[in-house]
Design a protein around this ligand. Structure first.
Ligand SMILES: Nc1nc2c(c(=O)[nH]1)N[C@H]1C(S)=C(S)[C@@H](COP(=O)(O)OP(=O)(O)OC[C@H]3O[C@@H](n4cnc5c(=O)[nH]c(N)nc54)[C@H](O)[C@@H]3O)O[C@H]1N2
Ligand SMILES: Nc1nc2c(c(=O)[nH]1)N[C@H]1C(S)=C(S)[C@@H](COP(=O)(O)OP(=O)(O)OC[C@H]3O[C@@H](n4cnc5c(=O)[nH]c(N)nc54)[C@H](O)[C@@H]3O)O[C@H]1N2
Ligand SMILES: [Mo]
Length: 764
């Protein structure tokens, strides 16, 4: 019997059951392009940072202080005592302030298993108690998730219905991608990557003779063996480029309105803007050259090419993690509609072919197992990236998707399965907000930066220490994740932690429904299997699945073309927009009357960019992209992640011209800074990054020292502001900085040392 473990970064086989020895992980044999990220999950370097026992920050334990978060030592307690204290605090906050003083948004990627999904467990727990303040949307797609249902279809639907790679290889002759298709990002899929397909997909496309063009500030974004063409553009200016391409298409002899007339609404209002009738500015290639830095002739040639090929226009998600992030997505869909190939094989648009492994999958789309969360009795919510605003400004108003809402007054934060000291922008500002609630409870596996910022820390098991089911949309596998090792120390499953809290709070029967883990796994599997049976596909029963370990659905693969039904019959297969068509002009969005997101795609200046006055002081645009050797901050202590560091810090990629001008050589320790913060990084000089741009991946564990983050966490530099009044999405990619060589004595990294832990006896 083979044991398997599913993780966001891939499926692994757990090799050998030698008594006592730590099992070895090997990639799934069926995976043509395995991902090394997850192989070190049981490595000593990772295990030594596990949290062994419940602990409470000393000042909180002794006097309920708020000061000292992130600085004081922790005191270890027996589980029963820690749970009693946590339950009493939840009770106090509910009684004195109400459930809407509890923030359970708890954003983050936690683990891939469908039952032990920490947020789902947390949400169900608080729902049984009457509810909690939730968060909506994602850091990944803050602007996209709000915009897309108004103009085409939801992001979930879009992500699961991209034209498959086999169809692209057979039909597409021009693949134009803003932000490229960085293979590093396709290493993972939310809820578990199966077979890694994108390297092969890109290669087949290229071998079939398609031209592949990468547009953006980073040149090596088309895979390892695939040079492609690179058009370097200034960060955050893609909308201007897209508008100029639309201008060229509009004036081309091959431009044909038929698709626009039959499948879209509002083109003429947009056209008046494009030609300058409404604002006096024609969005010509010359106009765009001044903004993007791309020669007008290059834009014009590309614009004409779009109509002379079977063209797929794609855009990375990063483009919408920026000021006015709605605009590049909207402009891309609009341009694709003008080219007229949406719904044709190999043509149209893609939103994120390079964002995750799932994009372009031909595996069947099936309803997987879900752990039911129940109903939330609290209506207050925030868009997830407004967390610091909420903590700092209770009672203040914010706009979101056409409504006006008020930030709640949070007294208790309970986080499980996410790392805000990884994911949030402007971490120095987050620390100010984080100091305000009375109490912070964190459930974590490792002494991560967020674990160290807790008052009450409850240690959770990792996937390999518990039974679960792995399943991800269009990844083609059900995985029986059988426990492979015993839990570390006294770590407990998140479900067990919440069940124990629920017992103390009188809601255990509602929370567990009398089922244990095996009972739940059976139930959520059977529910999923019943839904799938209704589509004509019969899964084995639970016992056979559990015994076999894997269900491989790839025999049911089928080529897929996004929007094919809609193209064929827009009346019979309307889109879920108000008009049923693609909305180039959205009456609904126009009705929200937002200056920063009007009714059709527009160019709006980013809050910070290379064309901004601020660039005189901070002349480098910082891109903080997804890390190649990790999933966000997970497994940063692993040998694989650490092998990518330079001078012990996260690498920052600089153009040799920018580096030389600052006296920075390859391998130097550098300081990156702006008004918001300062961090160290290790320099890598590269011609694949355009002058004026710096690239520092996310995920180095936050290691704050006095006025200097020691490890290379870009979020001490990034801007914490909403993308627009529509979405309030995060704007991580809108950030100016300056760099200089670091000359002092390099401070020691401390974040990979476990924190100071005191025995119980020193406290009352
Ligand atoms: N500057 C900048 N910032 C960004 C981005 C960017 O592009 N630039 N990207 C953003 C994006 S797209 C995202 S999605 C976010 C990601 O942000 P997060 O999802 O918050 O990042 P992770 O490091 O994956 O954090 C997951 C945490 O959950 C813990 N965990 C894993 N499994 C379990 C479990 O079973 N139980 C419990 N209790 N805990 C568990 C892990 O130890 C880890 O600390 O970051 C965002 N931040
Ligand atoms: N290995 C690994 N893979 C991951 C993740 C991870 O942590 N590790 N995280 C996953 C998650 S949660 C998400 S949401 C996806 C995110 O997927 P993306 O948003 O696509 O990922 P990024 O790496 O942030 O950005 C992709 C590329 O966009 C380019 N770019 C940045 N700004 C601009 C711009 O203004 N214009 C243009 N044209 N290009 C720009 C950069 O060159 C960058 O390499 O990745 C997923 N994949
Ligand atoms: Mo993400």
């Amino acid at each position: 019997m083979t044991r398997y473990s599913a993780a966001h970064w891939g499926v692994y086989e757990v090799a050998a059951d030698l008594a006592g020895a730590v099992p070895r992980l090997i990639p799934l044999r069926a995976d043509p392009d395995p991902n090394p990220i997850g192989l070190d999950q049981l490595d000593d370097s990772v295990t030594r940072l596990r949290i062994a026992r419940p602990a409470i920050r000393k000042g909180w334990l002794e006097g309920r202080t708020r000061e000292g978060r992130g600085e004081e030592p922790f005191v270890e307690l027996p589980w029963d005592e820690a749970l009693d204290i946590a339950a009493a605090e939840i009770t106090r906050v509910r009684r004195d302030h109400g459930n809407d003083a509890i923030f359970g948004g708890s954003y983050g990627w936690s683990s891939a298993g469908r039952f032990h999904h920490a947020q789902s467990q947390l949400h169900r727990f608080y729902n049984m108690l009457g509810g909690y303040v939730r968060s909506v949307d994602s850091y990944s797609l803050g602007a996209g998730r709000v915009l897309m249902p108004h103009i085409a279809t939801s992001m979930d639907d879009s992500n699961a219905s991209h034209t498959s790679w086999d169809v692209l290889a057979a039909h597409c002759t021009l693949f134009v991608s803003f932000g490229g298709v960085p293979l590093k990002n396709t290493r993972v899929s939310s809820s578990g990557a199966g077979r890694h397909r994108v390297r092969g997909g890109l290669r087949k496309l290229r071998e079939a003779g398609a031209r592949i063009i990468n547009i953006g500030p980073v040149g090596d974004n088309l895979g390892d063996d695939d040079a492609g063409e690179w058009i370097a553009t200034r960060p955050n200016t893609d909308t201007a480029m897209l508008l100029a391409l639309a201008f060229v298409v509009l004036h081309d002899t091959l431009f044909d309105r038929r698709f626009l007339d039959s499948h879209t609404v509002g083109f003429d209002i947009f056209r008046a803007y494009l030609t300058g009738e409404t604002d006096g500015i024609a969005k010509t290639p010359g106009w765009a050259q001044a903004i993007t830095g791309v020669p007008a002739a290059r834009i014009a040639t590309l614009g004409h090419d779009l109509l002379r090929h079977r063209t797929m226009l794609n855009c990375a998600w990063s483009l919408q993690r920026a000021a006015h992030g709605e605009q590049p997505f909207w402009a891309l869909v609009t341009l694709a509609a003008m080219v007229g190939q949406i719904g044709l094989p190999g043509g149209g648009y893609g939103l994120g072919y390079g964002a995750m492994n799932v994009m372009g999958s031909a595996h069947p789309r099936l309803p997987g197992p879900v752990f039911p969360q129940g109903r939330n009795g609290v209506s207050a919510f925030i868009p997830c990236a407004r967390v610091t605003d909420m903590l700092l400004h209770p009672g203040e108003r914010f706009t979101y998707n056409g409504g006006v809402h008020v930030y709640p007054d949070i007294r208790l934060v309970h986080w499980a399965g996410g790392n805000p000291f990884h994911h949030h922008q402007d971490l120095n500002r987050l620390r100010q907000g984080w100091a305000r609630p009375d109490t912070i409870i964190v459930q974590e596996q490792h002494w991560t930066p967020v674990a160290r910022q807790a008052d009450i820390i409850l240690p959770a098991t990792i996937s390999l220490e518990r039974d679960d089911i792995g399943f991800a949309t269009r990844e083609g596998l059900f995985v029986a994740m059988r426990q492979a090792v015993v839990p570390h120390g006294e770590a407990r499953d998140d479900h067990a932690i919440f069940a124990a809290l629920a017992r103390r709070l009188g809601v255990e029967p509602a929370f567990t429904e009398g089922l244990d883990t095996q009972g739940w796994l059976r139930r959520i599997y059977d529910e999923s299997a019943a839904k799938i049976a209704a589509t004509g596909l019969n899964l084995p029963d639970f016992d056979h699945f559990w015994e076999d370990g894997l269900i491989d659905l790839s025999a049911h693969d089928a080529p897929h073309i996004m929007h094919a039904d809609f193209r064929r019959d827009p009346v019979g297969h309307p889109l879920p927009t108000p008009s049923g068509k693609i909305e180039i002009f959205s009456k609904r969005i126009a009705g929200f009357a937002l200056a920063d997101c009007p009714g059709h795609p527009v160019w709006l200046e980013p809050y910070e960019w290379l064309g901004h006055d601020k660039a005189a002081t901070y002349p480098l645009h910082l891109l903080s992209d997804q890390p190649e050797r990790r999933l966000h901050s997970q497994l940063d202590a692993s040998p694989y992640s650490r092998a990518g560091k330079v001078a012990g810090r996260e690498p920052v990629y600089l153009n040799p011209a920018d580096a030389t001008a600052r006296g920075i050589a390859d391998g130097d320790l550098v300081e990156l800074f702006n008004d918001r913060g300062r961090c160290l990084a290790g320099a890598i000089l590269s011609d694949a990054i355009m002058p004026g741009v710096a690239r520092l991946a996310t995920g180095a564990w936050f290691d704050p020292g006095p006025n200097l983050e020691r490890h290379g966490n870009p979020n001490v530099l990034t801007l914490d502001r909403g993308a627009s009044g529509l979405s309030q999405g995060c704007v991580a990619q809108t950030c100016l900085i300056e760099a200089r060589r670091f000359t002092g004595e390099p401070p020691r990294l401390t974040i990979f040392d476990p924190p100071q832990i005191l025995p119980r006896s020193v406290s009352p």
